[in-house]
Design a protein around this ligand. Sequence first.
Ligand code: CR1
Length: 775
Amino acid sequence: MRDRLIIDWNKTQQAHTLVDQKRVYYLSLEFLMGRTLDNAMLNQRIKDVAVEGISELGFRMEDLIDQEHDAALGNGGLGRLAACFLDSLATLNYPAWGYGLRYRYGIFKQEIIDGYQVEVPDYWLDFNPWEFPRHDITVDIMFYGYVRRYTEEDGTTVNVWEGGEVVQAVAYDVPIPGYDTPTTNNLRLWSSKPSTGEFDFQKFNSGDYESSVRDQQRAETISAVLYPNDNIDVGKELRLKQQYFWVAASLHDIVRRFKKSHRAWTDFPLQVAIQLNDTHPTLAIVELMRILVDKEHLDWDTAWNIVTETFGYTNHTVLPEALEKWSVPLFQNLLPRHLQIIYDINLFFLQSVERRFPKDRELLSKVSIIEESNPQVIRMAYLAIIGSKKVNGVAELHSDLIKTTIFKDFIKIFGPDKFTNVTNGVTPRRWLHQANPRLSALISKKLGSDKFLSDLNLLSGLEKFADDKEFQKEWMDVKYQNKQRLAKYIKDTTGISVDPNALFDIQVKRIHEYKRQQMNIFGVISRYLSLKAMTKEERAKQVQRVSIFGGKAAPGYWMAKTIIRLITAVSEVVNNDVDIGDLLKVVFIEDYNVSKAEFLCPASDLSEHISTAGTEASGTSNMKFVLNGGLIIGTCDGANIEITREIGEERIFLFGNLAEDVEDLRHAHRYGKTAMDPALKEVCDEIEKGTFGEPGVFAGLIHALTDGGDYYLVSDDFASYLSTHKLVDEAFKDTAAWAHNTIVAVSRMGFFTSDRAINEYADEIWNVDPVIVGK
Ligand code: CR1
């Protein structure tokens, strides 16, 4: 497979060089690729042949596929989105490159020991046939040092950044095959090493062995490890080093490629579109200014026009704790010349604002890139907005929210047209065809072709079969088999027996208070208490549930870790309660990752997307679960809203307060005007009684609801959450209606393919065209 990929990769690169048209560069600190083998076989459409060949040799393809380690260079939705986008870019034949970091350690592996999360390093490079080291492609990257400024004879001022520490970036290329096309794009990941070779021989020879080794280690540290935080900014110097290292190497590469065509610099934006995946690569704006002004000696205004025509910025969150800010003193020390450039960008920007809004000093301080705190900080999102042509959010509600909340002052300055929306999507190749071969085959059979895999709107052809009894049976049969497969996995890995006839209720995603896994587990406790209070006769009428959780907590996020502990504690009690039996089971799946998502998504009846309204920018697993024939329970948040619009509100279990009410509700909590929901109070009392073990362990969770001000509004949404779960139970009893609804829902999911999202970026933001690569 590797050889096949590389042949197509070569053809593609040659074709792209030959046509020499605009390329798009997707800069992302995270690419959550998962496994490659199965995807490569499917995209190249040779899996059937391969399965046959492998079985003739006496092996099973599933076993072979299972040998592969996930490439887990990301935390959650943001990194997986980048991976889906690469798949669509190649499938749609866009000349595109991904640029990222080759972390030696991806996201940690999660083990659950005595009910607690324990982090284990993820060393994934011991066997990785999918990368190609390019020792011929290296870039020297400088840090620290100072700026020497002098005036030339003709009076121009020149800034030279020098005297710093130099590290070398080495390229590693990963081929990205499109589906049913020879186009195979490149994902280039940079790895760091000392620039002077293995050792500083001077030091080594002079006997200073330790310090020469230390230098080497310091260089290698840069690309050593992925920061394991999802939606949280930590502000550590090493992270800033990673960002600059990766951005500078990537830009050097992009500029080198552009220069080969000998075009004028003003053509740069006609040849290059660079998309910033969140603010992590914002330094690219500053670095391109430095290249154009300091190295290529363009005047400031010409350079700034080029820059602001080149970049696009995607915002992925409104959570204040996730908005990147860098301390000025830290930044100044590491990147002195870049700080000067940022000051100049800010000065010219504020001057232009001042001209248009004279005497509005408040506006100036509100939109300044520099926040006047102690110490001063650089607001990276503001820099990204000012330096980009377009700014987009990732779902309609989110794109509206950024315009009315965190970035509202910029609408005043730039007008509304700079801000746009591109709703996220997922690739149906991995998230339907690969993850759910049974469903994919059934759909192909019914539609008479597998064209829906590259034109997802064709799923609409299924709708007319939604009431066909025979089809419903086949449909539910696929779901049952997928649930059986999951049940077996649960039995094998946790020892817990679950009945595949039960309603499988799944919430898998990073553990975060805003995503409200705590509300889910409180709901499970409430269900448990109700079941306990019932007579045998009443119990016999209840729908069986399996509540499945999975997800990693950031190692330093104590609340998230406590939520995991509560889930495992509840599962120990509930699963062993003979009164309850199969009526309720609680499972925590260890080490949730892309490969596990691939067999969890097809096995859900219901999945949970229950963030506090206005906090989840989009969500993408909501799309995957519906596409695989499950229904969802969710809040009016992120892409849930657009999913509702597409599939119809009778097919989604929406509940809870709206984003527009959140501020008032929080205010009411702060001023002590809300009593806790009575059902939630019962749950808290039960925890405090010690039913789930030492209550002190969970005190933080309870405190957050009470004195903590219930920032995520668990109490406000709890009653409607529970009553909506009752509706789910009722709906699940009517199998024919359930089958009908899931078929109709799938038939209307065409909009959520990442192919649609990528075409929108290409048309509205990048202005790039596909290139057909010959067979
Ligand atoms: C959002 O939380 C969204 C992904 C991809 C995440 C999630 O709702 O689906 O981005 N944001 O757009 C994020 O990681 C740093 O911000």
